[in-house]
Design a protein around this ligand. Structure first.
Ligand code: HEM
Ligand SMILES: [Ca+2]
Length: 665
C-alpha cells in the first residue's frame, strides 16, 4: 500500500522507540475518552470538571502502567568498569556518567528556546487558523511551498563546487544524529477520523490545506500530516501527572556521531543486525544476492519495498535492513552509503582477526565498531562540516579541547526540525548511473529522484552499486541560493508515483516545525545575536534579494513570523559556506556539542593510542569507497566536484594501517 510506504519515512526504527511512541498515544487516547465523558457529564451538571478530579491516583497509576508511560526515566547508575570505559553502549546511555541519558536514543530532544505551542503546552502553531501572530495569520504551508519554494527541475542551478556525495552524506549522517518517530495511529485517537483524508485538525492529524489555485493538486483539499509522537508525560498527558509540561518529541537514535546507522541505537536491533553464528565479529549481510564479489545489506523480510512491475522472476525484493531501521531504503543512494560502511566493518573485523586470532568475536566486533565510529567522525568533522558552515562556522565551533562533561550532546529540536534540513534544498532532481568509463550507463540510464525511493530492486537487478556511486561523485548538488531552489521532484512529486496526492517535502518541513512548536524567525535571530526584525527591510542585511523579501512579506505580513526552515534558507550564504548566518550559528552549536560532549570522540585523549590516532588521521572518505566497491579511481575529496580525468588512482589514497591494533596474546 503506497500510503503505508510513505509512513515508512517516519516509522520508529526499533521496538523500543515504537513502545515509546505508543505509550504517548495510548495514554493520550485514554485521556481523550475520559475528557469526553467528563465533558458530557459536566454539561449535564453545568460545572467544569477536570479529568484528574475524577480519577483516583490508583487509576492514574494503573493507566500509566498499562500504557508503558514513564513520567521520569528510570535511574541509571553507570559502571566504571574497564569495559564500560572502552566501548560505547548501543543506546548511548552512560556516555555521560553523571547524566546517563544525555545523547541516548529514545529520549526527548532538548530545546534551546522554549516551545511555542498555541495553547502553551500542546497544540501546534496554526492549529487554530485564525490565531494572530504579530497581527497576522500564519500562511498555510502548502501555499508557502507553492509561492516560494517551487523550482522546476530545469531551473535548478548546479553548485560548481560540490558533488552529490555531499548531499547524501548529509542525509546519512542526519540519520545517525536524529530520527523523530511520528504518532503510530493513522486516525484520530477515538478512531472516528482518518488522518489520510481529513481536513480537520484533530490529534494526531494536522492536515495541510491545499490552496484552491494549487498548480498540481485539484482533487484533494488537504495533504495528510501526522503529528510527531509525544514523549509520554508531556503535552496533554502531563496533566495526569499533575503538572503542565510542554509537549516534547522523541529522538529515536543516539545523538552521537557513532555509526548508529550501522549498529542500531538499541541492543535489540543491534542483535538482529550482527552475525552471531561465529566468532568473527561481523555484521550480517545479504544471503540471497551478491554485488559481484561484494556483499549487499541483509533484507528486512517484514518490510516490502517497491517492486519492479515487469519482474517475472517471482522473487520479491524487500527493503534493506540496517542500524536506522528501514529508513535506509528511502533512497538508492542512501542505501549505497549504508552498504559501504557495513562492508568496511566486515573488512576491518577480518583484518583484525587475522592479526589477533586470540580475540573473541565480541572484541573483534567492538574494536571494528570503534574504528568505524571514529571513521564517521573524521569524515564528518574534517571533510563535511567545514564545507557546510564555512570558516566562520568552524570558528564558532572552536578547536577541540578535550571532552567536556558539562556539555549536553543531545540533539536540539531546532537542529532536527529546521536547521539540518537545509540539505533538502541541495538535492539534485535526478541522479546518474555511470559505467566503468564514467559514461552514462548504456543499460541503466539516469533516473529521477522519485523513481529511486524505496526501490532496492534497482540496485540488485540493475547493475549493482558501482554505477550509483560513480553517479554520486560526478553529479553536482543544487545550489542553495536566495532564490530558494527546492527541486520540483521533491516539492511536487515526492513519491508522486506512489500515491495519488503529491507529497511535498517543503510543506512537510514547515508543518513539522509548527507541529514541534519551533519558535519563529525573530526568536532565532535573537538567539544567534541578530536584532529582532520589525519590518522586512530590517532583514536586508541577511536577505539581500528584495523580491524574495517582498514575497515573504506578502505571505507572512511580519518578518518575525517566517517559519525558521524557510527563513534560514532565504538568508544569503556566509562566505565559503552553504548556509546563511542563522543556520550557520545553529549548526555550529550542535556540531560543537556533539563533539565536545562525547566521551568517546575519537580525539579525546585515551580513546585511541597515539599510534592508532596517527593511523586514523590519514583517513578520508575516499578510502572507504576504494576499499569497499569496484571503483579504482575517485577524487581525493569525494565531496568536491572534479572532472573524471582529475580523479586519482586508489593506490594514491592513504590506507588504514591497522598494525597499531596488533596485540600480543
Ligand atoms: C533524497 C534526498 C532526501 C529525501 C527524499 C529526504 C526526505 C525526508 C523526509 C520525507 C523527511 C521527513 C519529513 C517530515 O515529515 O517531517 C526528512 C527528514 C529529515 N531530513 Fe531529509 N531527505 C533527503 C535528504 C536530506 C539531506 C541531504 C539532509 C541534510 C543534509 C536531510 C536532513 C533531514 C533531517 C535532519 C530530517 C529530520 C529527521 C528526523 O529527526 O526525523 N535530508 N527527510
Ligand atoms: Ca548516532
Amino acid at each position: 500500500n503506497p500510503m503505508t510506504l510513505f509512513q515508512f519515512f517516519k516509522r520508529p526504527p526499533s521496538d523500543e522507540s515504537c513502545e515509546m511512541a505508543k505509550a504517548g498515544d495510548i495514554y493520550h487516547s485514554a485521556f481523550d475518552i475520559i475528557m469526553q465523558k467528563v465533558a458530557d457529564s459536566s454539561s449535564r451538571h453545568k460545572r467544569r470538571v477536570n479529568a484528574t478530579d475524577v480519577l483516583s491516583s490508583a487509576t492514574i497509576a494503573e493507566l500509566t502502567k498499562f500504557s508503558g508511560c514513564r513520567a521520569n526515566p528510570v535511574e541509571l547508575s553507570c559502571s566504571d568498569s574497564c569495559l564500560a570505559n572502552m566501548y560505547r553502549t548501543h543506546t548511548g546511555q552512560c556516555n555521560n556518567k553523571r547524566n546517563a541519558y544525555w545523547g541516548a536514543s529514545n529520549n526527548p530532544f532538548v530545546r534551546w528556546r522554549a516551545a511555542q505551542y498555541e495553547n502553551d503546552f500542546s497544540t501546534p502553531m496554526g492549529w487554530n487558523s485564525n490565531r494572530m501572530y504579530n497581527g497576522y495569520r500564519l500562511p498555510p504551508v502548502r501555499q508557502v511551498s507553492n509561492d516560494v519554494m517551487r523550482t522546476s527541475n530545469t531551473q535548478v542551478t548546479g553548485d560548481p563546487l560540490y558533488s552529490h556525495m555531499l548531499v547524501v552524506w548529509g542525509q546519512y549522517i542526519d540519520h545517525d544524529i536524529d530520527f523523530t518517530p511520528q504518532s503510530l495511529s493513522t486516525s484520530t485517537f477515538q478512531g472516528l477520523t482518518d488522518c489520510k483524508t481529513t481536513c480537520k485538525n484533530e490529534s494526531p492529524c494536522f492536515p495541510m490545506q491545499v490552496p484552491s489555485n494549487d498548480p498540481r493538486i485539484s482533487t484533494a483539499s488537504c495533504l495528510p500530516f501526522f503529528r510527531s509522537a509525544a514523549v509520554c508525560g508531556t503535552g496533554e498527558t502531563s496533566t495526569l501527572f499533575h503538572k503542565l509540561q510542554p509537549r516534547e518529541q522523541i529522538n529515536a537514535v543516539t545523538s552521537f556521531v557513532d555509526a548508529s546507522t550501522v549498529y542500531g541505537s538499541t541492543d535489540s536491533l543491534n542483535r538482529r543486525l550482527r552475525d552471531m553464528s561465529n566468532e568473527d565479529g561481523l555484521m550480517k549481510v545479504n544471503t540471497m544476492f551478491k554485488d559481484g564479489t561484494w556483499d549487499y545489506l541483509p533484507f528486512d523480510p517484514n518490510n516490502p519495498c517497491v517492486q519492479d512491475q515487469f519482474d517475472a522472476s517471482g522473487v520479491n525484493i524487500p527493503c534493506f535492513h540496517a542500524g536506522d531501521g528501514r529508513y535506509l531504503s528511502e533512497h538508492l543512494t542512501l542505501s549505497a552509503i549504508h552498504t559501504i560502511w557495513v562492508r568496511e566493518h566486515n573488512r576491518i573485523a577480518r583484518v583484525l582477526k587475522a592479526m589477533n586470532p586470540h580475540w573473541s568475536g565480541e572484541i573483534l566486533y567492538q574494536e571494528a565498531r570503534k574504528i568505524v565510529g571514529a571513521y564517521h567522525q573524521i569524515v564528518h568533522w574534517k571533510e563535511y562540516v567545514p564545507k557546510i558552515i564555512g570558516p566562520e562556522g568552524v570558528n564558532m565551533m572552536g578547536s577541540y579541547a578535550g571532552y567536556d562533561a558539562s556539555v549536553n550532546p543531545s540533539v536540539s529540536n531546532v537542529f532536527a526540525t529546521a536547521a539540518f534540513r537545509f540539505g533538502h534544498a541541495t538535492i539534485a532532481p535526478q541522479f546518474r548511473r555511470l559505467d566503468e568509463n564514467f559514461n552514462d550507463h548504456p543499460q541503466f540510464p539516469s533516473i529521477l529522484l522519485h523513481d529511486a525511493f524505496f526501490s532496492p530492486w534497482r540496485m540488485i537487478r540493475q547493475g549493482g552499486m558501482d554505477p550509483i556511486l560513480r553517479g554520486l561523485l560526478t553529479t553536482f548538488i543544487s545550489y542553495v541560493h536566495s532564490k530558494i531552489s527546492n527541486v520540483e521532484s521533491i516539492t511536487m512529486t515526492l513519491l508522486f508515483r506512489l500515491i495519488t496526492v503529491a507529497l511535498d517535502l517543503a510543506s512537510l518541513n514547515l508543518q513539522r516545525g509548527r507541529d514541534h512548536a519551533l519558535p519563529l524567525y525573530n526568536d532565532w535571530r535573537e538567539e544567534c545575536g541578530f536584532r529582532r526584525a520589525n519590518n522586512f527591510s530590517d532583514l536586508a542585511g541577511e536577505i539581500k534579494d528584495k523580491a524574495l523579501r517582498d514575497k515573504l512579506e506578502r505571505l507572512y505580513g511580519h518578518p518575525g513570523n517566517v517559519d525558521l526552515w524557510l527563513a534560514g534558507l532565504s538568508e544569503d550564504l556566509m562566505n565559503g559556506s552553504r548556509t546563511g548566518p542563522v543556520f550557520t550559528c545553529l549548526l555550529a552549536r550542535q556540531f560543537k556539542f556533539l563533539r565536545d560532549g562525547d566521551r568517546f570522540y575519537y580525539e579525546n585523549p585515551g580513546v585511541f593510542s597515539s599510534q592508532q590516532l596517527a593511523s586514523l588521521n590519514k583517513l578520508s572518505f575516499a578510502r572507504v569507497l576504494c576499499d569497499n566497491s569496484g571503483l579504482t579511481k575517485v577524487q581525493s575529496d569525494l565531496f568536491m566536484l572534479r572532472d573524471v580525468n582529475q580523479f586519482v588512482d586508489c593506490s594514491n589514497i592513504p590506507m588504514l594501517d591497522l598494525t597499531p591494533w596488533r596485540e600480543d596474546p
